[in-house]
Ligand binder design. Structure first.
Ligand SMILES: [Zn+2]
Length: 283
C-alpha cells in the first residue's frame, strides 16, 4: 500500500493505458464476480454450495472472506496475499447447520517484476524517530480500517476511479533508493493535481485520513470486507461514516505522502489483503 511512482522517468512502466471513468456497463455488470486468478495478489472463487440454504461463512488464514449468494449458489471470494507461497492452501468453511468443511485450492507462482524508484525526500525512505511514532500510529489506523466489514454487498466490480495514465504495476517488488520495501499493493493512475476521483461503486466511507506514506487517503467499504483505497489525494470530499454512490466525487488527485509526482494510488482489498485491481474492473 505504501506507494510511490515515477511515471515520467526511465523507471519500469508496465502496460500503459489511458484510463477513462466513463462506463457503459449495466448495474448487473457491477455485480459480476471478479476475475479468478490463483496467484499471490489474485482472487480464488470457491463454490460453497446451494443457494437455498442459509449463508455459510468461510475463513482464510483465520480471516473471514466474502461470501456472495449468486444464481449458481454461494461463492467465497478469497483474496490471496502477495506474500502467499505457491502450493495448496485451505479455506475453512462453516455451514449454517454447524457442519464444517475444508476446501483445498492451489496457488500458482507469479513472477512480479522489480521496480526501482528514487525518492528525493530521504526521510520518506529512512524515517527518523519522530516519523516512526507517526508511522506506527498510521499502521494501527490502517489495520483497523482494513478490518472493517459490513454484510450488504454494494458492488463486486468497479469503474476506474479517475481519468489518467494507468500502469499495471500491482505486485511489483519495490526498491526505494535501492532499499527493498513492501511490494506495490495497487494500481497507479497518473493525472494532474485536482483531477476528480469518483467512487467506483456504492460504498461506505470507512476512513479518511492523512498518513505519512499514503498522504491524504480514503478507505471505502463495499461489503463483506471488499474495500477500495485512494492515496496521495490533494483533497478529500467525504467523511468516515458517510455512504457514497457510484460516480460520486470523493476527492481529488494529488501528490501528498511518498510520491514522485501527482497520481492516484488505487488499491482493492479483500479479506484485509491487497489484490490486483485489474481483476475487478467492469470494462
Ligand atoms: Zn501506488
Amino acid at each position: 500500500m505504501l506507494c510511490s511512482l515515477r511515471f515520467f522517468s526511465t523507471a519500469l512502466l508496465f502496460c500503459l493505458t489511458v484510463a477513462t471513468t466513463a462506463s457503459a456497463a449495466s448495474t448487473s455488470d457491477h455485480f459480476r464476480l471478479p476475475t479468478v486468478q490463483h496467484t499471490p495478489g489474485g482472487v480464488a472463487i470457491i463454490d460453497l454450495g446451494e443457494r437455498d440454504a442459509a449463508a455459510p461463512t468461510a475463513t482464510f488464514n483465520d480471516i473471514p472472506v466474502a461470501v456472495v449468494n449468486t444464481n449458481q449458489g454461494y461463492r467465497a471470494l478469497v483474496g490471496i496475499p502477495l506474500s502467499t507461497k505457491p502450493g495448496w492452501h485451505t479455506l475453512k468453511i462453516k455451514y449454517a447447520d454447524g457442519a464444517s468443511a475444508l476446501h483445498e485450492f492451489e496457488v500458482e507462482s507469479k513472477d512480479y517484476p522489480e521496480q526501482h524508484i528514487t525518492i528525493k525526500n530521504k526521510r520518506q525512505v529512512n524515517p527518523n524517530e519522530t516519523d516512526m511514532v507517526r508511522i506506527k500510529k498510521d499502521r494501527t489506523s490502517i489495520a483497523n480500517a482494513k478490518r472493517y466489514r459490513h454484510d450488504a454487498t454494494l458492488g463486486l466490480r468497479f469503474d476506474l476511479p479517475t481519468e489518467g495514465i494507468r500502469s499495471s504495476s500491482f505486485g511489483s517488488r519495490r526498491f526505494f533508493n535501492k532499499q527493498p520495501r513492501n511490494p506495490h499493493g495497487g494500481m497507479d493512475i497518473a493525472a494532474p493535481e485536482g483531477t476528480p476521483v469518483y467512487a467506483p461503486a456504492d460504498g461506505y466511507v470507512v476512513e479518511a485520513s492523512d498518513y505519512f506514506f499514503s498522504g491524504n487517503c480514503i478507505f471505502l467499504g463495499h461489503g463483506q470486507g471488499l474495500q477500495t483505497f485512494y492515496a496521495h489525494l490533494s483533497k478529500i470530499d467525504v467523511k468516515p461514516g458517510e455512504m457514497v454512490k457510484r460516480g460520486q466525487k470523493i476527492g481529488e488527485v494529488g501528490a501528498t505522502g511518498r510520491v514522485t509526482g501527482a497520481h492516484l494510488h488505487w488499491s482493492v482489498g479483500l479479506n484485509r489483503t491487497w489484490v490486483d485491481p485489474e481483476l475487478f474492473l467492469v470494462e
